[in-house]
Design a protein around this ligand. Structure first.
Ligand code: FE2
Length: 185
């Protein structure tokens, strides 16, 4: 593993030794890593700017995992839950992050209220802990350059029963384990 990632994982392991991690500390570790322009520049060069793309950086069977994600101009992800903790920190560009308060009904309707919206740039971080982990993120046209961001997940979210939401239509649907959901709006 490259040394910036090794240092990051060691710091994260230290944070997690007490059980539930301190998300402020996790966020600081993620911001420190995202600042390493020399490390990330060649990885970003490998992701074509015109298409959505990602590159896994740390991916054990279980536990925290890290992926570099790019979304092109104007492409926003679907709204979803994780059922594990999450951290997001841009390396380059502007990542718009929206967190939602969601109330779901059995008939598929959902009441979604925007709880927070931030235009994240390098040096910023957003962290989420279930059950307040309903979010979407990506690029909003006119906000600045499209983002290349680190996404840190506390575990393999595909092991869990999750939900996908449509704030525009006020609906939700279940995502069974293994279902990544729809990629981008
Ligand atoms: Fe997410």
């Amino acid at each position: 593993m490259p040394s910036p990632l090794r240092r990051f994982v060691a710091g994260l392991d230290e944070q997690r030794s007490g059980g539930v991690p301190d998300m402020d500390e996790v966020g600081r570790l993620l911001v420190d890593l995202a600042a390493d322009e020399e490390f990330f520049a060649p990885l970003i060069d490998q992701l074509p700017s015109a298409a959505p793309g990602d590159r896994w950086l740390v991916r054990p069977d279980r536990g925290p995992r890290l992926v570099l994600v790019h979304r092109p101009d104007g492409v926003m992800g679907y709204t979803h839950s994780h059922d594990c903790w999450v951290g997001i920190a841009p390396v380059r560009g502007v990542e718009t992050h929206q967190r939602w308060n969601a109330v779901c009904y059995d008939d598929g309707r959902a009441e979604l209220r925007l709880a927070e919206e931030r235009a994240l740039i390098r040096g910023d971080v957003a962290t989420l802990v279930p059950p307040r982990d309903v979010h979407n993120h990506g690029h909003v046209a006119g906000s600045g350059p499209s983002p290349y961001s680190l996404i840190l997940l506390g575990d393999d979210m595909l092991l869990f029963h999750r939900k996908e939401y449509d704030p525009e239509h006020g609906t939700w649907q279940a995502l069974a384990p293994g279902d990544p959901g729809r990629a981008n709006r």
